[in-house]
Design a protein around this ligand. Sequence first.
Ligand code: PGA
Length: 248
Amino acid sequence: MVAGNWKMNTTVLEGIALARAVSELCTPGMVVEVAVFPPFPHLWPVRGALGVGPVLLGAQDVFWEDSGAYTGEVSASMLAGWCDLVLVGHSERRHLLGETDAETGRKFAAGLRHGLGVIVAVGETGDERDAGSTFTVIDRQLDAALSAVDEPPPTGAWLVAYEPVWAIGTGRTASPEQADEVCAHIRDHVAERTAADAPRVLYGGSVSADNAAELFSRASIDGGLIGGASLRPDQFARIVAAAANAAR
Ligand code: PGA
């Protein structure tokens, strides 16, 4: 899967144009799943722009309750039935907005409860990596998500995105070896904890048209969560092509 996280970028009209450009890259039955994550106000018009094509539509966040007095929040029940995916635990939510592991877990559970495919983002900060605690941090974040659900979700119902915080938006990508090592660890940890096959594991953090092929060639990396480069259709097209090559 190649997923474009637009973050807080684009006007609605720019978002529609970008969604059309992404749609044009994709044909039904292609080997790579392609998804876009526009800002909330764009979701409905982008749904229209994507039409019945194969591009999946996802929300960048979701709230854990279904309805009620939660000013500014959007629930999974509001997205269910017409959005395909939801992203939870993105590092910007965890680190800029103070979201806790437990809150991410509740969002994970809410998305699954409403039949949305959930991408759980995990990742260590630079200091945590330097202190040798990368795996401890990743395990804690994964365990918090999995503890929020009664049963381990079916393999196809969710994905993990490994996004080292120090690599997001910095132009400093994890090396393919570093990324592959952590993605392999995630796979093993989830399989051990759930006694089920691990879901797909994506890498995110300064993925570009120039480094995508090498990252995607690694055995434990099943695709990418793309920030900055997903706003540029030419770059995004090359990243999708790299994933298609790796999948063949
Ligand atoms: P980036 O963002 O590709 O701009 O580093 C990735 C992400 O935050 O998902």
